[in-house]
Design a protein around this ligand. Structure first.
Ligand SMILES: Cc1cc2nc3c(=O)[nH]c(=O)nc-3n(C[C@H](O)[C@H](O)[C@H](O)COP(=O)(O)OP(=O)(O)OC[C@H]3O[C@@H](n4cnc5c(N)ncnc54)[C@H](O)[C@@H]3O)c2cc1C
Length: 502
């Protein structure tokens, strides 16, 4: 993303290549948009398996069939399953396509970090594959070195929060299947009584199977193939998957709800698992890391290009720490359902599942509520809206809604405009005043939306303009969040809001 914004960077990566093992697979619609800004969406969509919903079973009875919000006019599916190593490869390839702005050094490890006084830069000690050490100095360091972050440790910082005891075995297996792509969950299935099992298809005939182990089981024993394979076989047999199969990866997982209190420490910024750890249930780990990247990239680019003071980066921390806390709250709820931490939670879950067999109203309690973008309603960057708006779906701090518009060359998704510059959405049915048309001189892209360009009415409705005669300006940040909105076509307050970013 930094490459797309014209910022050169050096990436120090300890591994010799892209990640291996069982890592993220479920990529949200929002993450697909963000990867689109980096130029990595096409390969992702072509390789991934898209899906829209799932089923949950209690013992051998289906108790939930959920659908995620989706409509045929959407640009991306609500979720795509794809191995994390593919995502890393596509993002790397996209960065290289931007004229080698990102210099990725595989097999190099960060061993030390020192910040110069007064924001004068960061010195980083790097160990090369042969063991020789050298020092790199940089204006800014983004620590995205994962859950065991060396940078976090070197700065003496600690994640805070809770860690759950319940443990899951994560198994990826290779097996052909004709089953539709869905999220599948079984509670107390006959194949593995007392356990909870999750299944997801992945590209390349791979299944991800997660199952909970008993509290009294030794995790080291639980991951031994002789203990894993019979459980997997029993489950595959129960659901009628009888093609030959073999294991690919086996590991153990327990949920953590941890975050740093601040993601900016001088010239060092934290992102992804280095900044926060959220449970895998609800798939908010990689997805929230990509949101960190989307939020940080444009702010860092503005600061590096001298368009904003470093203070802008404090808003990265405020917004993303808030998002992490929200994600943690959702993730904790899902974890407590998937792996009840004590007798009371177990009893409540059992009662819910029992009731859900016959009572449709209870079923929403089982809904896994997958990752979705977090609103920044209290962001310091928001500008109070002026005038009357029909709804709050595009209020300042909200993710800017999608809309399918009529473009000159056919239908076009509004979100394609985001990811690079500030965009002013101009809702107007008439000739634009010069002041609006010339916003581009201030580095703001102008997207005129006349009623004729909005044949489905999605844009006018979702951006809160009740009737097509109404006019208004909506300022969307490069990361696709609404910063402010004003009725009428006076650009003065909008330009004043942009000045605040300096
Ligand atoms: C079983 C499992 C399933 C998951 N499923 C999902 C899912 O479906 N959806 C989802 O959104 N999330 C999921 N997650 C979470 C997701 O994998 C993580 O949130 C995500 O990988 C975080 O990305 P990251 O880049 O911050 O950290 P990482 O992916 O951990 O990458 C950190 C990188 O830093 C490198 N590094 C570490 N130390 C150093 C050093 N000293 N110097 C240089 N480099 C270093 C590492 O080699 C690594 O490549 C899952 C996690 C697990 C374990």
């Amino acid at each position: 993303m930094l490459s797309q914004l014209g910022v050169a960077c050096l990436v120090i990566e300890a591994d010799e290549a892209y990640c291996t093992g069982s890592r993220a697979i479920c990529v949200s619609r929002r993450s697909q948009e963000i990867l689109g800004w980096a130029g990595a969406d096409k390969a992702l969509v072509e390789t991934g398996l898209s899906w829209e919903g799932g089923r949950s079973y209690w013992r051998d009875t289906q108790v939930l069939h959920f659908q995620m919000p989706s409509e045929p006019t959407q640009r991306f599916a609500p979720m795509v399953n794809i191995q994390q190593y593919h995502i890393e490869a596509f993002a790397h390839r996209a960065a290289l396509a931007c004229g080698n702005m990102a210099d990725v050094r595989f097999g190099h490890r960060v061993a030390g970090v020192q910040q110069a006084a007064g924001g004068a830069g960061v010195a980083v000690q790097v160990v090369a594959p042969g063991g020789e050490q050298h020092e790199v100095t940089a204006s800014w360091l983004v620590a995205c070195d994962g859950g065991r972050s060396t940078v976090r440790e070197k700065l003496g910082l600690q994640l805070k929060g809770t860690q759950y005891d319940g443990k899951y075995v994560i198994v990826d297996i290779v097996q052909k299947t004709r089953r539709p792509v869905e999220r599948l969950a079984w509670f107390d299935p006959p194949s593995n009584p007392g356990s909870t099992i999750l299944m997801h298809r992945q590209p390349g005939d791979v299944w991800r199977i997660d199952y909970q182990i008993r509290d009294d089981e030794d995790p080291a024993e639980a991951v031994k193939p002789e203990n894993v394979l019979p459980r997997v076989q029993s489950h595959l047999q129960m659901i009628g998957e009888d093609e030959p199969w073999e294991p690919l990866w086996i590991s153990i997982y327990n949920a953590k709800c941890l975050t740093l209190d601040s993601y900016r420490h001088g010239q060092v910024l934290f992102a992804g698992d280095a900044a926060h750890l959220v449970p895998i249930f609800g798939v908010r780990g990689l997805n929230s890391g990509l949101d960190d990247a989307g939020n940080l990239a444009w702010k860092l680019a503005r600061v590096i290009n001298g368009e904003s003071s470093p203070g802008l980066l404090d808003s990265y921390s405020t917004e993303r720490v808030h998002a992490a806390r929200e994600n943690i709250a959702y993730g904790a709820k899902s974890t407590e359902f998937m792996a009840p931490p004590d007798f009371a939670f177990r009893l409540m879950r059992e009662a819910t599942l029992r009731l859900a067999v016959s009572d449709e109203k209870v079923r929403s309690l089982i809904n896994p509520r997958q990752s979705s973008p977090i609103s920044y309603a209290a962001s310091p960057l928001n500008v109070p809206q002026t005038g009357q708006w029909a709804n709050d779906t595009a209020a300042p701090g909200e993710p800017a809604p999608e809309a399918l518009l009529a473009g000159r060359d056919g239908p076009v998704h509004l979100t394609r405009m985001f990811g690079q510059d500030f965009v002013c959405l101009v809702f107007s049915d008439g000739v634009l005043p010069d002041a609006v048309a010339t916003l581009t001189r201030h580095g703001i892209a102008v997207m005129e939306i006349e009623p004729d360009a909005d044949p489905t009415g999605q844009a006018y409705q979702r951006y809160g303009l009740a009737d097509a005669q109404a006019s208004g300006l909506v300022l969307v940040r490069p990361d696709g969040y609404v910063m402010g909105r004003w009725r009428g076509l006076d650009t003065t307050p909008l330009l004043a809001a942009m000045e605040q970013l300096r």
